[in-house]
Design a protein around this ligand. Structure first.
Ligand SMILES: Cc1cc2nc3c(=O)[nH]c(=O)nc-3n(C[C@H](O)[C@H](O)[C@H](O)COP(=O)(O)OP(=O)(O)OC[C@H]3O[C@@H](n4cnc5c(N)ncnc54)[C@H](O)[C@@H]3O)c2cc1C
Length: 402
């Protein structure tokens, strides 16, 4: 297809968040969704397992069926989807530069919604030493190879991490006849909630807690990993390493752009309407923070679409300037990071996370006066939320750990 040079709404990212928003917005505006992959649908395209779809289609679906259904629904609503289109630059206007089979081109829009999702941290980002053989991949790449290309990249890998996605990695391996030889977790407990942590044991995969990978060895392919755990250093013979989780928003587009990034989430700074620091740009889905489910990201797409509709008809309040600050070293991030008049926004509450196991009390304050609080006994990855303030004022969120 020939890429339009101009549209009402440009959505970057054809995952659950971008497609949800596009489907709603197509009722009143021209909507173009672009995605750099060859097929639309986002991450669920290669999650060949349940459970997806309960919020969106009121039935349990596997990831690829769910992704296809979201695409079909968007196309039926009148959305134009262009794949193999990689956005490379964002400028005021809004003006977006893309590369596609036709080369470099520009697209102008009234509003741009960025919904580029998350990705897992690489081996380099985790600072694991040793040689650089082949066979070290994140879960996303493993799922792509197994479910989309029918390949088996290794036979007896080690899995690093115990987040929910690490258990998807086990399911993907077993589906492809791959037998993981160990699951390695630096912390004393698995990150995912019980009973997920029982899963490796049920499948006969040893779970090494309080253990870190010190080095990966092998010339062309991985041959062994050197781990350091409660019984000291040991070598595990293996032919691959799956580095799972430690998600980061896919926010490289913001580097070098005029849009403000939040060092805590790694995604954009947004207000409670989902607006970025340039209010002609909105953001939704896992780009906002590491990490939520597909259903959550889809709901955010729906909610931000409502804000965009209001924006198109001039019904949004002036962009936010009131900041939200975090106090307490166990608090890792908050969304939204700016507050406009807090009525009917896409984000009705603050979302928060902690970076370690912590017990205590979280309070939200305006002008030093507490307006909401919560007792917590929680861990990283668990949802925490607090109400927005009654008026648009600077907010301080304080964690007092016991
Ligand atoms: C490996 C992995 C496994 C996961 N497994 C699950 C699971 O089992 N269940 C679950 O609920 N959640 C899972 N998640 C979380 C997942 O992020 C959400 O399910 C959901 O896909 C988020 O939707 P989204 O629309 O925000 O982003 P995504 O689904 O990630 O979609 C973003 C889209 O943006 C496109 N894109 C990115 N940058 C550009 C660019 N510059 N130009 C053009 N297009 C671009 C990408 O190609 C992608 O299609 C997983 C995440 C990962 C990384």
């Amino acid at each position: 297809m020939t890429l339009p040079q101009e549209t009402d709404i440009l959505v970057i990212g054809a995952g659950p968040a971008g497609l949800a928003a596009a489907t709603i917005l197509a009722k009143t505006a021209r909507v173009l969704v672009v995605d750099r992959e060859a097929t639309a649908g986002g991450i669920p395209r290669h999650c060949g397992h349940y459970p997806f779809g309960m919020r969106e289609f009121h039935r349990l679906m596997k990831g690829p069926d769910y992704a296809r259904a979201l695409v079909e629904r968007a196309v039926q609503a009148g959305v134009t989807i262009a794949t193999r289109v990689n956005v490379v630059q964002l400028e005021p206007g809004p003006l977006v530069t893309v590369t596609s089979d036709a080369g470099l081109s520009e697209i102008r829009a009234k509003i741009v919604l960025i919904a580029t999702g998350v990705r897992e941290s690489s081996r380099a980002q985790r600072l694991i030493g040793g040689e650089k053989p082949g066979g070290i991949i994140p879960t996303g790449a493993l799922q792509g190879l197994v479910y989309l290309e029918g390949r088996r990249p290794f036979r007896r890998p080690v899995i690093l991490g115990t987040e929910l996605v690490s258990f998807s990695a086990i399911m993907t391996c077993l589906h492809a006849g791959i037998r993981p030889v160990a699951m390695i977790e630096p912390n004393a407990e698995a990150t995912a909630r019980w009973p997920a942590a029982l899963y490796p044991r049920l499948k006969g995969i040893p779970l090494h807690l309080s253990t870190s990978i010190r080095a990966i060895e092998g010339r062309e392919r991985v041959e062994r990993v050197i781990v350091d755990g409660p019984t000291g250093m040991q070598a595990i013979e293996t032919d691959g390493v799956i580095v799972t989780g430690k998600f980061r928003p896919e926010a490289t587009l913001f580097d070098g752009s005029h849009l403000e990034k939040d060092p805590k989430t790694g995604g954009p700074v947004v207000d409670n309407f989902g607006r970025c620091s340039d209010p002609a740009y909105f953001a939704a889905g896992n780009l906002l923070r590491p990490v939520e489910t597909a259903g959550w990201s889809w709901s955010e797409g729906v909610a931000v679409a409502r804000s965009i509709e209001a924006g198109l008809t001039g019904k949004l309040p002036a962009p936010a300037t009131q900041p939200v600050t975090l106090k307490g070293d166990a608090l890792s991030w908050v969304v939204p990071q700016r507050i406009s008049v807090p009525s009917d926004g896409a984000h009705q509450r603050f979302q928060l996370r902690v970076n370690r196991k912590v017990k205590g009390r979280i309070s939200a304050r305006v002008g030093g006066v507490e307006y909401a609080s919560l007792s917590i006994d929680t861990r990283p990855e668990r949802r925490i939320s607090l109400p927005l303030p009654p008026t648009a004022q600077p907010v301080e969120i304080v964690l007092e750990a016991k």
